[in-house]
Write a protein that binds this ligand. Structure first.
Ligand SMILES: Nc1ncnc2c1ncn2[C@@H]1O[C@H](COP(=O)(O)OP(=O)(O)OP(=O)(O)O)[C@@H](O)[C@H]1O
Ligand SMILES: [Mg+2]
Length: 469
C-alpha cells in the first residue's frame, strides 16, 4: 500500500522548513494541508543542523530525535519518509513510535488495562448515578479527567470549562464532585487490586520516568488526540535547547481529549504558530462535501475547517448510495471499476466500528477477486501490493487514499444523544468529516433507507449525487 510521497515544498511550507530556531512550535491546518509532510521535511533540516552543532561543540552524545504518531498504522505510513529524510549517521538516534510504545519502553514493565477491562471496572462505580445508556459517555468523561489534569491538580475539573466535550449531557458540579470524590478513588483501588494501570497512568508515569531522555528534536503528529498528560510527558524529556513541533487540527479530534497550550506549559505566542492554508489532498468537491459536517461546531484556535477554495483540483461529485448493504457495496465497486483498475490507486473501505461489520465486505471483495488487506490500530502499515484496505475510521486517521468508501452508515453504528451539542454527535461529525477528508479523488457513502445515520442529513444535497438501488 502506498505511503506518503516525497514532494517539492511550496512557499508556505518552505517558511516552516527554513525555521530552525530552537524552541517549541505548532503547525496548524486543515486535513490534507501537508502538515505531516512539512513536519517531516523539517526533520531533515533540523537533524542536519543539530549534527553540525554537535560536531562543532565536540559533544559525545548522539543527536536524539523522537517522532510520535497517533497509532501504528500512521507510524508505518510515515516511517519510510521520516527515515529517508534523515541522514544515516552513527551520531543520530532516531526513534519513530506511537506514544504508547514509547511510554512503555521508558516506564518499564507494567500491565495496562484494555478498554474492556477499564469499562468493566468503571461500570459498577458509575451505575448508582448514571443510566446504562450514559455509561460510555461517563467512561469517556473519566478518561477526559485523567488525561487532562495531573493527579495533583484534578480538583481543577470542578470549575473548568469542559471544552471538547459538547454541551450535552450536562455535567454539573454535583456530578463532577461525585466523579472526583467517589468514582475516581474507587477506580484507582480497582486497578491497584488487579495490578493494572490504564493509559492515563502510563502518561503520568512517563512524565516521571528516569532518566530524562533529553531529546534534541521532537515531532508529534495528530496532537489533537493526545491528552494533556501525554504532552506533559513528552515536553518533560526535552533537551534544554530543543526543537519540538506539534502538529494539530482540533477539527479532526475523535477522542475525549482537550487541553490548552497553557495547561501543558506552552506559551502559544503568534511567532511559534504556523498555519498551512492550501489543501493538497482533496478535490474541491470532496472538501465541499465534508464542510457542513463540521461547520458550526464550536471553533477552537487549533481547528481548521475544510475549505474547498483551498483545493486546486476539481473532481467527481461524491456519491451516496441508498440500498441494502450488499447493494451499496456492489454499486460502489461498479462505480469504482469505471474510474480505477484496482491495481494502482489506493482504496479504503472504512467503517465506524470494526469486527463483524467487515464480514460482508470481505466476502464481496473475495467474490470479485479484489485483493485487500486489513489495517487495525495496532497494526503496521502493510507493504504488500494490495490497494484495498479495510479499516475503522479511527485507524484511518492521518492516512490518505485515492478513493474512500463508507458503506453501512446507519444510526446503529453512529449512536448519539437527542440534544443539540451532544458530545457524541459532535465527535461523530468530526469523525465523518475526517474520514471523508482521507480521499484524494472520490468518496462514496452508503446507507439502508430508513436506517440512515442522522449524520447523512447534515450533508448538503447539492454537494453529492444520490443513487437509490
Ligand atoms: N508541496 C506539496 N506539493 C504537492 N503535494 C503535497 C505538498 N505538500 C503535501 N502534499 C500532499 O498532500 C497530501 C496531504 O499531506 P499530509 O498528509 O502531510 O497532510 P496533513 O495536513 O498531515 O493531513 P491530515 O490532517 O489528514 O493528517 C499528501 O498526499 C502530500 O503528499
Ligand atoms: Mg497528517
Amino acid at each position: 500500500m502506498r505511503i506518503l510521497p516525497d514532494v517539492r515544498p511550496t512557499d508556505e511550507q518552505l517558511k516552516i522548513i527554513g525555521d530552525v530556531k530552537p524552541g517549541l512550535r505548532i503547525i496548524r491546518g486543515a486535513a490534507g494541508s501537508g502538515k505531516t509532510t512539512t513536519a517531516l521535511q523539517c526533520l531533515s533540516q533540523l537533524v542536519v543542523a543539530r549534527l553540525k552543532r554537535r560536531q562543532r561543540l565536540g559533544h559525545q552524545a548522539p543527536v536524539r530525535v523522537l517522532v510520535l504518531t497517533f497509532n501504528r498504522t500512521l507510524e508505518g505510513y510515515i516511517a519510510e519518509l521520516a527515515e529517508r529524510s534523515t541522514p544515516s549517521s552513527d551520531a543520530l538516534d532516531l526513534n519513530i513510535s506511537t506514544f504508547a510504545r514509547w511510554a512503555r519502553t521508558i516506564v518499564g514493565d507494567v500491565n495496562i488495562a484494555g478498554r474492556d477491562q477499564e469499562s468493566a471496572m468503571l461500570r459498577p462505580l458509575l451505575q448508582p448515578f448514571v443510566t446504562s445508556q450514559q455509561h460510555d459517555f461517563f467512561a469517556d468523561e473519566v478518561a477526559y479527567i485523567l488525561g487532562r489534569f495531573t493527579p495533583q491538580n484534578r480538583s481543577e475539573y470542578l470549575t473548568v470549562v469542559r471544552q471538547g466535550r459538547g454541551i450535552a449531557p450536562r455535567v454539573d458540579r454535583p456530578v463532577r464532585e461525585k466523579l472526583l470524590q467517589d468514582v475516581l478513588p474507587a477506580y484507582e483501588e480497582a486497578k491497584a487490586k488487579r495490578g493494572l494501570i490504564d493509559w492515563s497512568d502510563l502518561a503520568v508515569l512517563a512524565a516521571d520516568a528516569q532518566p530524562d531522555l533529553r531529546y534534541d528534536v521532537v515531532i508529534v503528529d495528530e496532537t489533537q488526540d493526545f491528552s494533556a498528560n501525554q504532552v506533559r510527558a513528552i515536553t518533560r524529556h526535552l533537551q534544554d535547547s530543543h526543537n519540538a513541533t506539534f502538529i494539530i487540527d482540533a477539527i479532526q479530534r475523535i477522542y475525549p481529549q482537550y487541553f490548552t497550550w497553557r495547561e501543558v506549559g506552552i506559551t502559544a505566542r503568534p511567532e511559534i504558530i504556523h498555519t498551512l492554508k492550501e489543501n493538497y489532498r482533496n478535490t474541491k468537491a470532496i472538501a465541499a462535501f465534508a464542510l457542513p459536517l463540521v461547520d458550526g461546531l464550536p471553533m477552537e484556535d487549533d481547528g481548521t475547517l475544510p475549505d474547498f477554495t483551498a483545493c486546486s483540483r476539481s473532481g467527481i461529485k461524491p456519491l451516496i448510495v441508498a440500498g441494502k448493504y450488499s447493494q451499496q457495496l456492489q454499486t460502489m465497486l461498479d462505480r469504482l471499476a469505471n474510474i480505477t483498475d484496482f491495481r494502482t490507486e489506493s482504496i479504503a473501505l472504512l467503517q465506524p466500528r470494526g469486527g463483524g461489520w467487515f464480514k460482508e465486505a470481505r466476502n464481496t471483495l473475495r467474490a470479485r477477486g479484489i485483493p485487500y488487506c486489513e489495517l487495525a490500530r495496532e497494526n503496521e502499515w502493510p507493504s504488500g501490493p494490495e490497494v484495498v484496505a479495510l479499516c475503522t475510521i479511527h485507524s484511518a486517521k492521518g492516512l490518505e487514499f485515492d478513493h474512500v468508501l463508507l458503506p453501512g452508515l446507519s444510526q446503529q453504528v453512529t449512536p448519539h444523544g437527542p440534544q443539540d451539542g451532544d458530545a457524541d454527535l459532535e465527535r461523530l461529525r468530526r469523525m465523518l468529516a475526517m474520514a471523508i477528508g482521507r480521499a484524494r479523488k472520490s468518496v462514496m457513502i452508503g446507507y439502508k433507507p430508513g436506517e440512515e445515520s442522522s449524520l447523512v442529513r447534515l450533508l448538503d444535497p447539492s454537494t453529492y449525487e444520490l443513487v437509490e438501488v
